[in-house]
Structure formats: C-alpha cells, structure tokens
Design a protein around this ligand. Structure first.
Ligand SMILES: NC(=O)c1ccc[n+]([C@@H]2O[C@H](COP(=O)([O-])OP(=O)(O)OC[C@H]3O[C@@H](n4cnc5c(N)ncnc54)[C@H](O)[C@@H]3O)[C@@H](O)[C@H]2O)c1
Length: 270
C-alpha cells in the first residue's frame, strides 16, 4: 500500500484503537493527540522507544482553542495525509450532553478545522460504532444529527433517547456517519476523502469498562458473532491503514463495518 510520507494525525492517540492505529503506520510521521499532555507524553515516549517517528500535543477536542493549537501544530510539521479521529467516550459516561458533545459535536469541530489542511489525497477517518447501525433513518432526528453544532440539535435528539446514555451514544455515532455524507462534496472538491469506520466489540479500555457494566450483554454479543470472538484494536487499525492508503482512493462518504458480522445478527434478534 502506498501512503505518501505526509503526517498521520491520530486523535485519542493514547486510547486502545488510537495506539493500535499509530503502530499500524510504521515509517510514517505521526502526530498524536489526546486529552491530557501526560498521557500523550507517555504514549509518544513508548512509541519512540519502539522506533516510531512520532510527536504529540494535548487537545481537548471539545475546546475550539485547543483545536486551533492542534491545527497550527500540524501545519507547522508538514502537510496532512490523514486525520484519524478515535477520541471519544462510551455510554458509560452517564451525562448525555457530554456524550453528544464529545462524540458528535467535537467530531464536526475537527472535520471543519482539518478541512483547512486537507489537500489532494488527504483523508478524514472518523470512528463511529456498529451500534449506530441500530438507529434507523428518520428525518425527525437525522437533520439534527447532521447539524450537531446547531443550538437545538441536542434537545431534538434527546427526545428520542429516553434519558439513556447508551442510546445517546448510538445516536451520536449515527450522526458521525451522517457527517461523512454532509462533508464529502466539500472534501471531494479538494480531491480529499471522508469516511467512517464502525467497530464492533473491540477489546480496549473503553470496551472493557462497558463489559464490566453489562457482562451478560457482552457474552450475548460474542455468541452472536459469526467469528465467535471479540475484535482486537489491530482488526480496526488494519482497516484504517487501508482506508488511508491510495488503494482506497475511490472510497468516500461511506461507513465501513468492522464487527465480525455481529450487528446483522443483533438486528435480527431485536
Ligand atoms: N472499543 C470498542 O469496542 C469500540 C466499539 C465501537 C466504537 N468504538 C469507538 O472507537 C473510538 C476509540 O475507542 P477506544 O476503544 O480506543 O477507546 P479508548 O477509551 O481506549 O480511547 C479513547 C480516547 O479518547 C480520549 N478522549 C476522550 N475524550 C476526549 C476529549 N474530550 N478530548 C480529547 N481526547 C478525548 C481518551 O482520553 C482516550 O484516550 C471511540 O470513538 C469509540 O466510540 C470503540
């Protein structure tokens, strides 16, 4: 796979999928970012020891000033190949507004900001979730999900989620998929692409936390998975690596499921 040696930026770079993505891009200049500078420094130090060309900067993705600093940092270190957006929280965060803000509003803040750096063959890869595929198309909330920065967006979506943060997560992740359609034309005018990836259950700190909360649900999901196993961060990172490469140069405005086939079976059961 041919990926030019431009910067690969990874949000949530200290998280499970973020770190696996970093390791999948050996021989590429990497810029990692995550919520805390300490976490970023630890991850960067570890990756440098493993021989990676990597640097990092902290960024709270819900904070526009932090995003501006990140954009300047990336611009100062060369041009953009890929923005891989893995930062996020799960429904175990019981604050619905927080889930919506981090998982959806901040995603669009990043897409808007990185558009300035996008050029021919750049790509934005946004982490959605297989759970987004359980939220049906519905114009009553889809317009709000596709426009998360609009003042009424959160209130409109809230009416459909019964005060349930797991459901809010599913809706927010549907919103992430809708953002790829909304922004694809604009990115396409630059010859750049925007896609989402929807993991199933991937064994990272985020999933293990969710597993502690719903052990029986996790077992049911595993049993319903055709491959009878959970995913590993590398399962997702390898697909992201492909999507960032020129081998995927005609893939944009779409979602790629990496779920071991389970969501099809879950939808049949409900
Ligand atoms: N692990 C799974 O099973 C699974 C399944 C479906 C989707 N996903 C999605 O994949 C992505 C990565 O998940 P993961 O399992 O690696 O999670 P993780 O918890 O290991 O990593 C997420 C990272 O995001 C960072 N983050 C959270 N809020 C932030 C903020 N405001 N600003 C900056 N950084 C912030 C965290 O510090 C953390 O390092 C998430 O978007 C998640 O929703 C994961």
């Amino acid at each position: 796979m041919n990926i030019q040696k431009k910067a690969i930026v990874i949000t949530g770079g200290s998280g499970g999928i973020g770190q696996a993505c970093a390791r999948a891009f050996k021989n590429h200049p990497l810029i990692l970012t995550d919520y805390s500078q300490e976490k970023v420094d630890d991850t960067v130090e570890e990756l440098i020891k493993e021989g990676f060309d990597v640097k990092g900067i902290a960024c709270d993705i819900t904070n526009k000033n932090d995003i501006d600093k990140l954009i300047k940092y990336v611009a100062d270190h060369g041009s953009l190949k890929a923005m891989i957006h893995t930062a996020g929280v799960s429904g175990t965060v019981k604050d619905l507004k927080k889930v919506y803000t981090i998982d959806l509003i901040a995603t669009e803040l990043l897409v808007d900001a990185f558009y300035k750096l996008a050029e021919k063959d750049s790509v934005a890869i946004l982490l959605s979730s297989m759970m987004a595929h359980t939220v049906p198309e519905n114009k009553d909330y889809d317009e709000a999900l596709a426009n998360p920065q609009a003042p009424e967006s959160f209130n409109i979506v809230s009416r459909f989620v019964n005060n349930d943060s797991d459901l809010m997560y599913n809706f927010a992740k549907r919103g992430v998929q809708l953002l790829t359609h909304k922004h694809a034309d604009k990115w396409g005018q630059k010859g750049a692409r925007i896609v989402s990836v929807s993991p199933g259950v991937i064994e990272t700190p985020m999933a293990l936390k969710a597993a502690e909360e719903h052990p029986e649900r996790m077992e049911t999901i595993k049993q319903a998975t055709p491959l009878k196993r959970n995913g590993q961060p590398e399962d997702v990172a390898n697909v992201i690596c492909f999507l960032a490469s020129d081998a995927a140069s005609f893939i944009t405005s779409t979602d790629i499921l990496v779920d071991g086939g389970v969501i099809h079976n879950i939808k049949k059961m409900t």
